[in-house]
Design a protein. Structure first.
Length: 334
C-alpha cells in the first residue's frame, strides 16, 4: 500500500513526513525555458537512470492526461504552482520517492513517509541526494552552499515538511497560540486546505523557513522538537474535550452518521466530517472503522483519484454522488 494510504508512527496526530531537496545542474540555466536545454537535461537523467537506482521510472507530464496529472497533485507528488508541460518526474512504484525535473529547479528530490518519520525520511532523502550529487555536476558555492532559483532555499536547499491533524487544539480555541508559537521559532505554519479564507479539515503543514547558515541536522532537530511538543499538546486538548464525554461522542457520531448515510457529498464537506471521524477513531470512540479505512477515504475523496477509482470522467454533481457511494464501500470494506 502506498504511503499516502497508510498511518505511521504517531499517526493519530501526524499524517506524513516529507523531505525536499532543491538542486540544479552547474552548466545549465536555472529555471530554463529553452526546449533544447530541457531535452538535454532529460536525456542526461534518462541515460543515468540505472545508476540512480531505486526502480525509478521516467515519466513526462505532457504525455499524461489531465486526470493523471491532477491525481499526482492530490497525492502531493507534484506542486500545481510549479508544474508545466516541460516537467518530468522520476517515481518508484511505492511513490515514496518522486524527483521532479525541470520545474523551478532542475531537480526537486522528494521523499515521503506516513506518520512521524522525520529522521528516517531525512536519512533516506540524504542518501538519494548524495547519489544524485555523485552522478551529476550540481551547482554549489563554497560560501553559500547549494544554489537554487530562489534565495529562500539557498544553502541546504532542503525543506522538511510535517503534515499534522489538530482538531483538538482547534476545538479548544488554542490554534492561534500554536500559530504564534511556531512562527516565533522561525517555522512556517500553514493550513493545508482553505476555502474562502477558512481552514478545512483541521490539517496543517509545518516546515523550516531557514536554509542558509544552518545545517540540515539542525533543521531536522528543531522541527522535530516543535512537532513532538504539538503532538503532546494535541493529545492533551483531545483529553480535555473527552471530559465532556457525551458531547464529544455526539459531535463525532453525528458526523459519522452524515458521512455513512449521505447520498451525495462535496469534497470540502467530506473533509470537514472526516476531521472529527478520524479523531473519533484515534480516541477509540468509533469502533466501526479502522485507521487504514480513514486513510483510504482521505485519499479517494479527492476529485481526480475518485474518478480514477471508478474509471469514469465525472462532472462535479456526479462526483458528489460517487463520493458518498465510495465512502460507504470503503467503510464496509474489512
Amino acid at each position: 500500500m502506498n504511503w499516502y494510504m497508510q498511518t505511521g508512527k504517531d499517526g493519530d496526530v501526524v499524517l506524513s513526513s516529507k523531505i525536499n531537496y532543491s538542486r540544479n545542474l552547474r552548466n545549465y540555466r536555472f529555471e530554463t525555458k529553452n526546449i533544447k536545454e530541457i531535452q538535454e537535461i532529460e536525456n542526461l537523467v534518462k541515460n543515468n537512470l540505472p545508476s540512480i537506482g531505486y526502480n525509478l521510472k521516467f515519466l513526462k507530464l505532457k504525455d499524461m492526461d489531465e486526470l493523471t496529472k491532477t491525481s499526482l497533485i492530490e497525492k502531493g507528488l507534484i506542486d500545481e504552482n510549479l508544474i508545466n508541460n516541460n516537467a518530468s518526474i522520476l517515481v518508484n512504484d511505492e511513490e515514496n520517492i518522486c524527483i521532479v525535473i525541470n520545474t523551478q529547479n532542475h531537480f526537486e528530490i522528494q521523499v515521503f513517509s506516513a506518520g512521524m518519520e522525520l529522521e528516517n525520511t531525512f536519512n533516506f532523502a540524504k542518501e538519494i541526494d548524495k547519489k544524485i550529487e555523485e552522478i551529476f555536476d550540481i551547482a554549489k558555492s563554497k560560501k553559500y552552499g547549494y544554489l537554487t532559483t530562489t534565495p529562500m532555499s539557498v544553502g541546504t536547499g532542503m525543506r522538511a515538511i510535517i503534515t499534522i491533524h489538530l482538531p483538538g487544539l482547534t476545538k479548544t480555541g488554542n490554534i492561534r497560540k500554536v500559530l504564534q508559537t511556531v512562527n516565533n521559532f522561525g517555522l512556517n505554519f500553514t493550513a493545508k486546505y482553505m476555502k474562502n479564507s477558512n481552514v478545512i479539515g483541521d490539517i496543517y503543514q509545518i516546515s523550516n523557513k531557514q536554509t542558509l547558515g544552518i545545517t540540515e541536522e539542525t533543521i531536522i532537530s528543531n522541527l522535530k522538537a516543535i512537532v513532538d511538543k504539538l503532538i503532546e499538546q494535541e493529545r492533551q486538548a483531545r483529553k480535555l474535550l473527552g471530559k465532556n464525554e457525551i458531547e464529544l461522542e455526539d459531535i463525532i457520531y453525528r458526523d459519522y452518521g452524515i458521512l455513512t448515510n449521505a447520498r451525495k457529498l462535496k469534497w470540502d464537506e467530506a473533509l470537514e466530517l472526516l476531521s472529527n471521524i478520524k479523531m473519533g477513531v484515534d480516541l477509540g470512540i468509533i469502533k466501526e472503522i479502522k485507521d487504514s479505512q480513514v486513510a483510504k477515504i482521505y485519499f479517494y475523496i479527492n476529485p481526480s483519484n475518485l474518478q480514477i477509482y471508478f474509471g469514469q470522467n465525472l462532472d462535479s454533481y456526479d462526483r458528489d454522488i460517487k463520493r458518498a457511494e465510495l465512502i460507504k464501500q470503503l467503510i464496509i470494506e474489512k
